[in-house]
Each structure stands twice: as structure tokens, then as C-alpha cells.
Design a protein around this ligand. Structure first.
Ligand SMILES: *[C@@H]1O[C@H](CO)[C@@H](O)[C@H](O)[C@H]1NC(C)=O
Ligand SMILES: *[C@@H]1O[C@H](CO)[C@@H](O)[C@H](O)[C@H]1NC(C)=O
Ligand SMILES: *[C@@H]1O[C@H](CO)[C@@H](O)[C@H](O)[C@H]1NC(C)=O
Ligand SMILES: *[C@@H]1O[C@H](CO)[C@@H](O)[C@H](O)[C@H]1NC(C)=O
Ligand SMILES: *[C@@H]1O[C@H](CO)[C@@H](O)[C@H](O)[C@H]1NC(C)=O
Ligand SMILES: *[C@@H]1O[C@H](CO)[C@@H](O)[C@H](O)[C@H]1NC(C)=O
Ligand SMILES: [Zn+2]
Length: 657
């Protein structure tokens, strides 16, 4: 019985191979690839369009009905993708795709050679979608009942946006900050800890069905480089000396504000006092650390408010900057369909995002805009995504993405580096006067560094952590405590109160619960300086040999040469490996941290001498236990810790396990 089945099968396969091989060799193979691809690209774009519309409807209005509609469509698409996968194998594309002679066709086929999440059995697929949707909904509807004074008003129901974000940014009372910090984590991460563990299991299962060892490997696939992880580590080591100088300086300033009992001279900084819920970038505490307080402040938020800026006006300003570079204007439908402010009494995902609806016409931004300078930069960031969409809209569907995901994140940010210069802010009437002296320059660079340099270890942390979780190096036993070990190592931070394995602090961050890979932001924060430098050269606003034209003062405003060079790279989408795209704009084929170091060079010199002058310790030494292991081990742990104190031995919870 078995033998017969086998013979039948073999004969059937052989027939198929005969039938297809005649059509599929030499140029015949390319011709049929072209046919196959034009059908698949069009179909997938249609499905992606429907899917985006349903996701948009849900994200803008988190109701159960909208969720069910979205999930049903997700399951339907997964089923479709499964049958396409059968077809793919039946047509032998899994064996033949890399024998096509046209490199463009081969690159497209390669994209289709990974099945994706639909490789999961359908019940598990829908379980995974539901888990992710639930985590996002928990995060997006989380709020904290706590009464505080914000902008002269007493508020008692705190959502992440805007109240908690404002609180972390504006309140300077250590205990209030600690309470808000802890209670946000109770309301968000802690509640999705078990969901997250299930999500990891199912994601890994999907990755294995796609031929990857686990999900970390699948996430790294778009970077098309076997040495990518070690390249990132090297880049981090290159910028670390600058980060450590900044860290030591900021720690001194925070000690002046909060006192030595809260901020240890040589220790890590409490994560709750850096002006941001995740201490991911520290621009919120600029007022505390401004090097020369007597020079004009570079925060134009107050000017925007007094000039009656609205969300719409901020978007129009960004659109004007893009179009004056000869990039593409936001289409009329963008203005009609985008959500630029949060409608009252609707639950929505406020996390700002830019959407491609894959029909070549419909592009939107969803953002709960606040009238601040930060949000003005965020708008430039999101609009950068739309520019990318607009430029590659005529590529086949599989190439409608960034050269790598980091490029997509870097477009808007690289333009915002021009917009944020005092020269430019003055030009658009947000800064009354430009004081062009060394002290004002250091003030300016400090503000940019608080946004950009402080982000780098965080941008690395989130995925370095998840790579370890996916690969099994971090398990349920040390899910949260290992997070704090890494936060200590990379960022030099500690929690304001001791954490435990009942908490899940990574889950207090959107991208972790929303299944969004994060290393793209690290890549972006390096490569955006490379984009900036290339465009500044084109604009004639930067000359490495002219001290009057340094990189950090360059404003590419109205330079069509700069805009066209950027546009040419954006048009490529992902049709070429990213080193090719990078080379087309910058002449370099590698990520290069030296450009960022050059941009901040005057600040780095200043920080070094200032830290030396104050005898600051540069770096950090562990000054306590920041996280206790699993509840069942806690008693044991306390006992050992007690004994070890007497013996002057430092014991970490991991050693107890
Ligand atoms: C939100 O979605 C529901 C359907 O679930 C719909 O009835 C309601 O009108 C929507 N609200 C808004 C503001 O779009
Ligand atoms: C195509 O892929 C197969 C297996 O993945 C490999 O053995 C073969 O060398 C590849 N051929 C080309 C032309 O790249
Ligand atoms: C997913 O499956 C797990 C294990 O079968 C189950 O415990 C869980 O409730 C399911 N979750 C959802 C959201 O369907
Ligand atoms: C808050 O109130 C004080 C005094 O009542 C006033 O001086 C200050 O301008 C107000 N601040 C804001 C942001 O409204
Ligand atoms: C995790 O990785 C580190 C570094 O490679 C290794 O020393 C450690 O033993 C690993 N831990 C587990 C649980 O796999
Ligand atoms: C600061 O950290 C050192 C260890 O690095 C420790 O000896 C000291 O007690 C800490 N000080 C405070 C106030 O926590
Ligand atoms: Zn983005």
C-alpha cells in the first residue's frame, strides 16, 4: 500500500517537472517568472490594500467589531497565502527561483520564497494575531488613576498620550515621577507578560516553518548580511565613548536637581527622571541640563503655542519643506483621510504612524498631535515615510519598502536635522534671534544629542533583548531581570524601585507588544547623519575644510540638488541591496558612525573638559539589586543576599538560579 502511494506520487511529480521544465529553462524561465510575478504582485497589493484599510479602521477606533473585521481579513489573507504557497511549490519555484537570469526578477522571486506568518497552521495563526491585537489594545487603552497638576490643571485620569508623556517631561518631583513610572508599567507591561510568552512561542514556530532557526533570524533577514549583528555591536562600541561622556554630565545635573540620595555619583541613573517614559531619549530634561542657561533656549514650543500653531499648520509646514526640495507634495487625499488629532471619546492607537495603502494613491498619517517642537520633528519623521511610499509607488509590490527598514525611518529625521537648526527656525519665525557663538552652539548640540545620542543604546537594547528572548537565551525565569541587566549595561540606568519577575517592563513599550522590530531605529539614527552629510554636500551647505560650514549648522532648505539626490534613492525602494542604495546617495557602502561623531565633535570636546573639570566619574558602577528573581525564589534570595552582605560578596539573582 505504502509503495503504491510512493510510486504514484513520484510519477505525478516527475510529470509536473517535465511539464514545467520545458517552459522554465533559459529565457523561457525569465518569461514565465515575469508572468508569475506580475500576477502575484498585483494580487498581493490588492490584499494589502484591504488589510491596511481594516487595520486603519481598527487602530483609529478600537472597537470589538472593528477588531473582528480586521482579524477575519487577516485569517482570510493567511489562507490565501497558504494556497499560493502550495502553488509556488507545485510550479517548482522553490527550486527554480534562483536560476532566473534577470537579477531584478530573481530578487523579486526571493521575496516570495519566504512564506511568512501564514506558514502557521490556521488555528495557531489566528491565535497569534489575536494575542498581538490584545496586547496592543491593552497598551493603547491603559491608563493610570492618579491626580496631578499638569499645566496648571488638575488631572486624575492619565493616558499615555498626552498626560503621562507630559508628566514625565514636565514634573520635577521625584516621588510623583516614580509613582507614574511604576503605575504605567502596572497598567501596561505587567498585564501582557503571559501573552508575550505565548507570542514568543508562536512566532518562533512560524519562523521555523520558514526555515529560520527562530524569529530573531527571520527579523534580521531584510538586512541581507550575515555579519549584521556584530556590525551593529561594533557601531555601538564606536559611539559609546560619546554616550558615556553625555551620561556622566547629565547625571551631575540630575544630582543637582534631585539630590545625592536619589542620584549616585558613580551609579546608573534612575530611569524615571530622564524626561521620557522609557528614558529612550532625554530631550525632555533639556531645561535641567542646558549648558549655558543665559543663552537663548532652543525649545520653540512656547513660540509655536503663542503663534497659534495647530496640528494642521505643523503638517503644512513640513509639507512645504519637502516640496521646496523638489520632493513630492502630500496628495489631496492625504489631507482628507489622515487623522492628525485625537478625536474626543474614541479609543485609538495614538502611537504616530504613516500608512501606505498600496494602491498608489492613498497615503495617510495617524497621529495624536500635540503642539510641541518634538511633535513638529515627529511630523517630519512620519512624512518621510510618506515620501518613501510616494517615490516607490510604481515599483512592483515586493519592492515597495525601504532599502532596509532603517532607511525608512531615517528619511524624515535626516531632513529634520536641517529644520531644527537655529538658522532655519529663525527663518520660519519660531526663533527671534540667532546668537552665533560657541556657547549657543553647545546649547544647540546638547539638545540634539539628548534626542539622538541618548537614543542609541535604547535602540540597540530593544532588539538585542528580543533576539535573546527569541533564541531562548532569556527565558520566563529571567524575562524582566535580564531586561534590567541589559538596561544597566547598555544605558547605565536602573529602575527607581526594585522590579521583579511579576513585572514585564519591556511590555511597557509599544513596539514590544505590537510585534514591531526595533533595530531599524538604531540603524536610522546612524544612517540619517550619513544622509544629512550627503545632502549638505549637494546643497553646498557643508564643507569639511571650512570651519564656517560645519555639519551641524547645515540647512538644506530649498536645495533641489539635495532633494533630487534623496529622491533618486527613494525611488529604488528595496529593488537593490541597501549598500547599493546607500552608495547612490552617499558614496559609502557601509553604516558609518564616524559621521555622527563628526556632527557632535564640538559637544564631545566640551563634555570631556567639563566632566574633567568637575572630576566626574565617567561610566557607572552597580549600586544595588535592581530586580529580584521569580517569586518562589525570593525568600531564598533574600536569605542569600543577607548572608552575602555580611561576607562582603555581591551576589546577583542569576547566580542563585
Ligand atoms: C467606531 O466603530 C464602530 C463600529 O465598531 C462604529 O459604529 C462607530 O461609528 C465608529 N466610531 C467612529 C468615531 O468612527
Ligand atoms: C540556488 O539555490 C540552491 C539551494 O538553495 C543552491 O544550491 C544553488 O547554488 C543556487 N543557485 C544559484 C544560481 O544561486
Ligand atoms: C491561544 O492559545 C493558547 C494555548 O492554546 C490559549 O491558552 C490562549 O487562550 C489562546 N489565546 C487566544 C487569544 O486565542
Ligand atoms: C500657571 O499659573 C501661574 C500662576 O498662577 C502662571 O504664572 C503661569 O503662567 C501659568 N502657567 C501656564 C502654563 O499656564
Ligand atoms: C546566553 O548567552 C550568553 C552569551 O552568549 C551565554 O553566556 C549564556 O550562557 C546564555 N544563556 C542561556 C540561558 O542560554
Ligand atoms: C553609590 O554607589 C556606590 C557603589 O558604586 C555605593 O558604595 C554607595 O553606597 C552608593 N551611594 C548611595 C547614596 O546609594
Ligand atoms: Zn517611523
Amino acid at each position: 500500500m505504502k509503495g503504491i502511494t510512493c510510486v504514484t506520487l513520484c510519477v505525478y511529480t516527475a510529470c509536473l517537472m517535465l511539464a514545467t521544465s520545458r517552459a522554465l529553462d533559459g529565457s523561457g524561465l525569465d518569461a514565465s517568472a515575469e508572468q508569475y510575478l506580475s500576477r502575484r504582485n498585483a494580487e498581493v497589493a490588492r490584499d494589502a490594500n484591504k488589510m491596511s484599510l481594516a487595520s486603519w479602521a481598527y487602530d483609529c477606533n478600537l472597537t470589538e467589531t472593528n477588531k473582528q473585521t480586521m482579524m477575519a481579513l487577516q485569517n482570510e489573507n493567511a489562507a490565501k497565502s497558504k494556497s499560493e504557497w502550495e502553488q509556488w511549490k507545485l510550479l517548482k519555484w522553490d527550486e527554480k527561483w534562483n536560476q532566473t537570469t534577470d537579477p531584478n526578477l530573481r530578487r523579486q522571486l526571493k521575496q516570495f520564497s519566504v512564506q511568512g506568518m501564514s506558514a502557521l497552521p490556521s488555528d495557531k495563526f489566528s491565535n497569534l494575531s489575536e494575542i498581538t491585537a490584545d496586547m496592543v489594545a491593552t497598551y493603547s487603552t491603559a491608563h493610570v488613576d492618579m491626580c496631578v497638576e499638569l499645566q496648571n490643571e488638575s488631572v486624575c485620569d492619565l493616558n499615555l498620550e498626552p498626560e503621562l508623556t507630559q508628566l514625565l517631561d514636565q514634573v520635577r518631583d521625584y516621588n510623583v515621577l516614580t509613582e507614574a513610572w511604576v503605575r504605567w508599567r502596572d497598567a501596561s507591561g505587567k498585564r501582557v507578560r503571559n501573552n508575550f510568552l505565548e507570542y514568543v512561542q508562536l512566532s518562533n514556530e512560524a519562523a521555523r516553518l520558514n526555515g529560520f532557526s527562530d524569529m530573531s533570524e527571520m527579523w534580521l533577514d531584510p538586512y541581507e548580511s550575515p555579519s549584521f549583528q556584530s556590525d551593529i555591536e561594533k557601531i555601538w562600541q564606536e559611539v559609546k565613548p560619546l554616550y558615556e561622556q553625555l551620561h556622566a554630565y547629565v547625571r551631575r545635573k540630575l544630582r543637582e536637581e534631585y539630590g545625592a540620595n536619589h542620584v549616585n555619583l558613580t551609579g546608573p541613573i534612575p530611569a524615571s527622571i530622564l524626561g521620557n517614559m522609557w528614558a529612550q531619549s532625554w530631550g525632555g530634561i533639556y531645561d535641567l541640563v542646558q549648558p549655558f542657561p543665559n543663552k537663548p533656549t532652543l525649545d520653540v514650543t512656547a513660540a509655536m503655542k503663542s503663534q497659534g500653531y495647530t496640528a494642521k499648520k505643523m503638517f503644512e509646514l513640513a509639507d512645504k519643506f519637502y516640496t521646496e526640495l523638489n520632493l513630492i507634495a502630500m496628495p489631496a487625499s492625504f489631507w482628507e483621510k489622515s487623522v492628525l488629532t485625537k478625536p474626543p471619546s474614541v479609543d485609538m492607537v495614538c502611537h504616530a504612524s504613516a500608512w501606505d495603502f498600496y494602491d498608489g494613491q492613498d497615503f495617510r498619517i495617524k497621529m495624536c498631535t500635540d503642539i510641541t517642537m518634538d511633535d513638529l520633528f515627529t511630523i517630519h519623521h512620519e512624512m518621510g515615510h510618506i515620501e518613501y511610499y510616494l517615490h516607490y509607488k510604481d515599483q512592483p509590490y515586493v519592492f515597495r519598502s525601504g532599502a532596509n527598514p532603517g532607511f525608512h525611518e531615517a528619511v524624515g529625521d535626516s531632513l529634520a536635522l536641517s529644520v531644527r537648526t537655529p538658522k532655519h527656525l529663525h527663518k520660519i519665525g519660531l526663533l527671534e534671534q540667532i546668537v552665533d557663538d560657541e556657547e549657543s552652539d553647545i546649547n544647540f548640540l546638547m539638545k540634539v544629542a539628548l534626542d539622538k545620542v541618548t537614543f542609541l543604546p535604547f535602540g540597540y537594547l530593544i532588539d538585542k533583548y528580543r533576539w535573546r528572548v527569541f533564541s531562548g537565551n532569556i527565558t520566563a525565569q529571567d524575562l524582566n531581570c535580564e531586561w534590567w541587566n541589559m538596561r544597566y549595561e547598555l544605558q547605565g540606568l536602573k529602575p527607581p524601585v526594585q522590579r521583579s519577575e511579576e513585572d514585564f517592563d519591556p511590555g511597557a513599550k509599544y513596539h514590544v507588544v505590537a510585534d514591531v522590530p526595533y533595530i531599524r531605529y538604531f540603524v536610522s539614527f546612524i544612517v540619517q547623519f550619513q544622509f544629512h552629510k550627503a545632502m549638505c554636500l549637494k546643497a553646498g551647505q557643508y564643507d569639511p575644510n571650512d570651519p564656517n560650514l560645519p555639519l551641524h549648522k547645515c540647512d538644506i532648505d530649498k536645495s533641489t540638488a539635495a532633494g533630487e539626490a534623496l529622491g533618486a534613492m527613494l525611488r529604488l525602494g528595496s529593488s537593490k541591496p541597501w549598500p547599493d542604495a546607500l552608495e547612490s546617495l552617499t558614496g559609502s557602502r557601509t553604516l558609518d558612525a564616524s559621521v555622527l561623531r563628526e556632527y557632535f565633535a564640538p559637544l564631545e570636546r566640551w563634555l570631556k573638559s567639563d566632566n574633567e573639570r568637575h572630576g566626574e566619574y565617567v561610566g557607572w558602577i552597580r549600586d544595588g539589586e535592581y530586580c529580584q528573581g521569580p517569586p518562589q525564589l525570593r525568600q531564598n534570595y533574600n536569605k542569600v543576599l543577607h548572608e552575602s552582605r555580611n561576607n562582603q560578596i555581591t551576589i546577583t539573582v542569576n547566580e542563585i538560579e
